[in-house]
Design a protein around this ligand. Structure first.
Ligand code: IMP
Length: 422
């Protein structure tokens, strides 16, 4: 029996979807613990490409049960679209999808406020999916949860109470037209019928599964450096993608967690604003985007690309307790003669001893680079570690030694078959 947490170790988009898909045939349950439809997990099976935003990638394995924990914020429209998409692809989800009755709902005013605030206040570069405003309501104790859908009268009262405040804000602060209460109440009452079969007491379900010796994989979205507590605040998301979020977001106690798997991209990317010490600019950035198809799975925005950053990864290991790592997109580096890697940071001429997560210092650091030789060899058909060019092995060796975690998986392409297990 094992309970593992799988996290994005950098700024998200590490390729978690593919690795969850690979690993999930070893697990009975995959449970998502935070974030919402801001995530975009891409999985390619044969020639079919699936992009999932809310439902765990384990849904593509027919024996795996998928759970959406209370830490996730659910946009019912996105959820129903995803359920429909899976049905259209003949993926049977009946009896395999469970949603926590305590998860919060994204409301139309959350999405609206997200986009208005992006235009008028500090530009975080959010995905516009209403994530921040929904978590704000959660912590202000006025959020609307899945369980509220079950009681028509209370739901209506809660929506009215929220809209009174939001409409005031829209009109008086943002000079925006008000939202129609009746339309939203009607819309959300409809969701109840569609979502009802999936609603469950998730902490009970998961802890019962642990008693029955089932294997559980807890799936994080986004990445450690986007964590609201440990990331590059304020350029972060509004939840805890770090491994600590797995307990609060599912109801599985920390004492039951056996290991943490970090998904690590072989270089670094970031979407949205905020400091990025190893960012590459100009033509080479464009090349990275092309080689790595570095465009957001949710918004289509081009991702910012940069060199591998061992200083960042050591910090990520520290706050997540990464035991094992899966290195993704190693093949993307195959075109380079030389590959730069950041080994540490300097600030005001002094080498820093640790990662400065406060953005003012992080924006000022100068990365110290080493250059490793490239392999200039197509590795997309390599299926074992031994077949990798020696330079690629040295690159992996550098990552293992400088970050002090064990690499157990290397991904060399988007397909299931393009995976090397060590
Ligand atoms: P939000 O989560 O939409 O509020 O966006 C906050 C920040 O997190 C922005 O910089 C987004 O680009 C980033 N972000 C949110 N979700 C993802 C993701 O799944 N991958 C990468 N970045 C993300």
């Amino acid at each position: 029996m094992s309970v593992s947490v799988l996290i994005g170790s950098q700024w998200g988009d590490e390729g978690k979807g593919k690795i969850v898909d690979i690993l999930s045939d070893r697990y009975d349950i995959v449970a998502r613990y935070q974030g919402g439809a801001n995530a975009g997990h891409t999985i390619q099976i044969l020639d079919k490409k699936f992009i999932l935003h809310l439902i765990p990638s384990g849904i593509l394995r027919e024996n795996v049960v998928c759970v959406i924990g209370n830490g996730v914020v659910i946009d019912p429209i996105a959820l129903l679209e995803e359920i429909e998409f899976l049905k259209q692809h003949d993926i049977d989800i009946e009896g395999r999808l469970f949603i926590s009755h305590n998860a919060h709902l994204i409301m139309p005013y959350h999405k609206l406020l997200d986009s208005i605030r992006e235009k008028s206040e500090l530009k975080i570069g959010t995905t516009g999916r209403g994530i921040g405003p929904c978590y704000i309501d959660k912590y202000a104790r006025k959020g609307i949860r899945i369980v509220d859908l079950l009681n028509k009268k209370e739901l209506e009262a809660k929506i009215r109470m929220n809209l009174e405040e939001k409409n005031n804000l829209l009109k008086k602060v943002y000079d925006h037209e008000e939202l129609d209460v009746e339309a939203i109440v009607e819309e959300y009452l409809e969701f109840d019928k569609a979502i009802d079969p999936y609603i469950a007491d998730v902490p009970l379900l998961l802890n019962d599964a642990i008693k029955q010796n089932k294997n559980i994989l807890m799936e994080g979205a986004q990445g450690a450096l986007l964590d609201v507590d440990y990331g590059t605040y304020p350029f972060v998301t509004s939840s805890n993608p770090t491994s600590g979020g797995a307990s609060t977001g599912t109801g599985i106690p920390p004492t039951k967690i056996d290991s943490v798997i970090g998904i690590v991209k072989a270089y670094t990317t970031r979407v949205g604003n905020g400091p990025f010490p190893t960012e590459i600019t100009g033509e080479l950035q464009e090349m990275f985007r092309k080689w790595g198809d570095e465009f957001g799975a949710t918004t289509g925005r081009p991702r910012r690309c940069g060199w591998f950053d061992a200083e960042l990864l050591r910090y990520s290991k520290l706050i997540n307790g990464i035991d094992f790592a899966a290195i993704t997109k190693l093949d993307v580096l195959s075109n380079l003669d030389d590959i730069k890697v950041c080994i540490a940071y300097e600030l005001n001429g002094k080498r820093l001893k640790s990662f400065p997560s406060d953005v003012s210092r992080l924006s000022e650091v100068t990365p110290i680079y080493e250059t490793l030789p490239g392999w200039k060899h197509d590795i997309t058909n390599v299926t074992s570690y031994d077949e990798l060019p020696s330079e690629a092995k040295s690159y992996l060796d550098f990552i293992e030694k400088s970050c002090e975690f064990k690499i157990t998986i290397v991904s060399v392409g988007p397909k299931r078959s393009q995976t090397i297990e060590l």
